[in-house]
Each structure stands twice: as structure tokens, then as C-alpha cells.
Unconditional design. Structure first.
Length: 326
């Protein structure tokens, strides 16, 4: 039975990925500060949870040995959260990375999978933003993701496989829910306020269903090292305009939902091509953006998610402001 180590496993993606891997008969260890609560991962005989900080090198040296592979999810995620405390963002997202890679390598882990971001491309005019396109990160968050990619690949050897995945924006329901990303934001407002305001609307946004994100990580875990070492993969579903996403939300949530369009000076579009992960690894998405909206609707209907317009646990910035993490 393979043993997988996941940093940030108590977060949005981790709260879906961890139980998914357990169901696939993996042993999973999670290192996470658990700032969004310790109830996001159910107890399991093959799950170990370490409540701790990825910057704690002594802890890493103690708990990393004995694992086969690592998925590094932990970070201060997205630009607004990062900008609240740039020093903290640098400390967690960049400064901690080299020590983690070094300890993983010395602990004889076979594979290091790094969750980068499609934001490393910046704004591109190319129709197909492939993994070979020049990186032009626009913010410290995305710049540090790009720098970490370089650090990781410089550590690669025949016995230490390094792989980078650049996900689109993840959407859909999770035990550790986020409601501060575009599909989830619009769905939450449509369901609870019956009204969506779209600023501009022609901007492109790439998204991926959270269940497909978990499937992508599983594929990376199970793919032979010869096809992964020093490889980069985009992972998205489709590039939709914000207008199109809003229309999908209205169709799923209800025809009574009002769509309002307002002008904006921010017409930045982001888009990526996910052709490589399909062609090289055979990864094909199973879930649509509409599926993500529907899953959220079910969670709202069943009152699994409560106080969704104000609960800080669904909004990274609100939580970061409250806990004063240093």
C-alpha cells in the first residue's frame, strides 16, 4: 500500500482529495494548520493527521520519511489573501519550499508533485496557452509559484521525480468549502440573493471541477516516473466567459435569478490549454461546471453549508484577517 504525504490536506482541494485517495486504497498523511477546523477530514484507519506548520523543518524531518510520494498543496492561496500579509505569503509560499523539497529528497521519497497555478502565465493573447508559453506572473503569489517550479526542477534526479501541475480555478462543493472563487461566488449569490451582478462579463476564466482535480492528482500519483520527471501539466476543463458562467448558474439555480451586467475597467482574461495532460497521460474531465453548480445547490438545499454570505470559514480573506496568522 503506497503512502502519500499531503501538505495542506485540510484545505479546499485536500478535503476532497484525501478521502478520494483513501477510497483508492492509499495510506495518507496530512500536514495542515487546520485553521478552517479539524472536522473536515473524517477519521480513517489509513489516515494520519499532523496539525502543524510546513515551515517547521524539525517536524518535517520527523514525519516525512517512510512515505513514497508527496503532494504539496499548502500555501496562502490566491492574490487577495496573499496581499493581506506579503511577508507571511513569502514565508509560507516561497521560503518554506526549498527546505520541504530538500527534506523530501533526503527522505528518499520517489515523487514530488507541486500544485502551482495557471496564474503563472499572466495575461496572454495566444489562443492556446500551453505549458511551453513564457511565464509572465503579475503578482507576488504567482511569481513565487513560478520560482518554486524552478527550485523543484533543479532538485530533480532519476530517483527523485519532480512534477508540476498548474490548475485552473477549482470549483464545486467540498467539506472545507470556499465561496470566494468565481463559480462558487456566483452560485452562492444566485441561490441566496436570487441576483448576480457581473462586472464586464466577457473576461475568460478557466475552471476545473474539484472532483476532477482530485482525479488529476491520482493520475499523477499512478503514472510512471518516466512520463512525469520535470514535466508540467495544465489542468482545466473549459475556458468560459464570466457571462457564460453566470448563465449556467441561472439555469441550474432558477429562472427567477436576476442577472445584472455592469461596466468595469478590469477586462483581464485568463485561459489555458489542457491538451497536454489529455494527450500524454490520457486525463479527460468527467465533471462539468454545471455539475459544480449543482453540487453546491444540493449542499445549500440540505443546509450542509450555513450562513454562506457571512461565515468567515468560506472566505480566505475574512479568516486570515481574524486569526492573524504570522
Amino acid at each position: 500500500m503506497k503512502k502519500i504525504f499531503i501538505t495542506g490536506g485540510g484545505g479546499y482541494v485536500g478535503s476532497v482529495l484525501v478521502p478520494f485517495l483513501l477510497n483508492q486504497n492509499y495510506k495518507v498523511s496530512v500536514l495542515d494548520l487546520m485553521i478552517y477546523g479539524e472536522d473536515k477530514l473524517n477519521p480513517h484507519k489509513n489516515l494520519k493527521i499532523y496539525k502543524g506548520d510546513i515551515r517547521d523543518t524539525n517536524l518535517l524531518k520527523k514525519i516525512l520519511p517512510g512515505h513514497d510520494q508527496i503532494i504539496h498543496l499548502a500555501c496562502i492561496s490566491n492574490d487577495p489573501s496573499f496581499e493581506l500579509n506579503p511577508d507571511l505569503g513569502k514565508s509560507i509560499n516561497l521560503d518554506s519550499f526549498d527546505p520541504i523539497v530538500d527534506i523530501a529528497k533526503k527522505s528518499k521519497l520517489k515523487k514530488f508533485i507541486f500544485a502551482s497555478s495557471s496564474s503563472v502565465y499572466g495575461l496572454k493573447k495566444e489562443k492556446n496557452v500551453t505549458e511551453n508559453v513564457t511565464l509572465e506572473p503579475l503578482t507576488d503569489y504567482s511569481k513565487y509559484k513560478a520560482l518554486c517550479e524552478d527550485i523543484l526542477f533543479n532538485s530533480s534526479t532519476d530517483n527523485f521525480c519532480t512534477t508540476v501541475i498548474r490548475p485552473a480555478t477549482v470549483c464545486g462543493y467540498a467539506p472545507r468549502q470556499r465561496l470566494d472563487v468565481v463559480v462558487n461566488i456566483l452560485t452562492n449569490l444566485a441561490y441566496h440573493k436570487r441576483e448576480i451582478t457581473v462586472f464586464g462579463g466577457k473576461q475568460l476564466r478557466p475552471n476545473i471541477h474539484i472532483k476532477d482535480m482530485a482525479r488529476a492528482y491520482l493520475m499523477l500519483l499512478e503514472t510512471d516516473i518516466s512520463n512525469l520527471n520535470k514535466e508540467v501539466f495544465n489542468a482545466g476543463y473549459e475556458n468560459h466567459t464570466v457571462n457564460d458562467i453566470a448563465k449556467m448558474v441561472k439555469e441550474v439555480i432558477g429562472e427567477d435569478v436576476i442577472l445584472k451586467i455592469e461596466k468595469t475597467d478590469d477586462n483581464r482574461s485568463y485561459h489555458i490549454s489542457s491538451k497536454k495532460i489529455r494527450d500524454k497521460l490520457g486525463f479527460v474531465n468527467k465533471y462539468s461546471i454545471e455539475d459544480a453548480i449543482y453540487d453546491l445547490k444540493v449542499a445549500f438545499d440540505k443546509k450542509i453549508l450555513k450562513d454562506t454570505l457571512s461565515n468567515e470559514n468560506y472566505f480566505n480573506i475574512k479568516k486570515m484577517l481574524n486569526i492573524k496568522l504570522i
